[in-house]
Design a protein around this ligand. Structure first.
Ligand SMILES: [Zn+2]
Length: 158
């Protein structure tokens, strides 16, 4: 599968990377490996319940690429569930680096005065630009909606 490097968007590391049937030694079990991309496809389509068009857009891949990823991912998860396999989400070194260098702060930029500042995650959207007190500012970075001066999208909330 082609891997668009530029703006592939993965929201974050999975909560757990290995799932194992209880009560059986891992050494006796077959292992199924899900790529991070396949995991993200499942997360967006089946956990968040997005339409494939929207999920593909969020990941920055084509609808076709997304369709292949989700089909593969569902097949693997089904196999693990039915046959009792260990399910492992594979995060490559490059992907781990990509995830760990993802900004730990949210960057905002003021549309009125151009002031830029950072806010940590989890504090909600700031009320106003610290420099000029306007609320006409937007979040900077790759997770934005693409509108030049839109207000924070729902995605911006951690
Ligand atoms: Zn300002």
């Amino acid at each position: 599968m082609p891997r668009p490097r530029c703006c592939r968007r993965i929201a974050g590391s999975p909560a757990a990377k290995t799932f194992k049937p209880a009560g059986l030694p891992a050494s006796t079990l077959e292992e199924v490996t899900l790529s991070l991309e396949e995991y993200e496809a499942i997360r967006l389509a089946d956990h968040e319940g997005l339409y494939q068009e929207e999920a593909a857009r969020r990941m920055g891949v084509s609808r076709q690429t997304f369709g292949r990823a989700i089909a593969q991912a569902r097949g693997k998860v089904a196999r693990a569930l039915v046959l009792g396999c260990v399910l492992r989400i594979e995060v490559t070194e490059a992907e781990a680096a990509e995830l760990s260098c993802a900004p730990q702060v949210r960057e905002f930029i003021c549309c009125a005065c151009g002031h830029g500042w950072n806010e940590p995650f989890g504090t909600g959207r700031p009320d106003a630009c610290p420099a000029c007190r306007t609320d006409n500012f937007h979040r900077k970075g790759c997770t934005g909606t693409g509108s030049p001066c839109g207000h924070a999208s729902p995605n911006d909330q951690p």
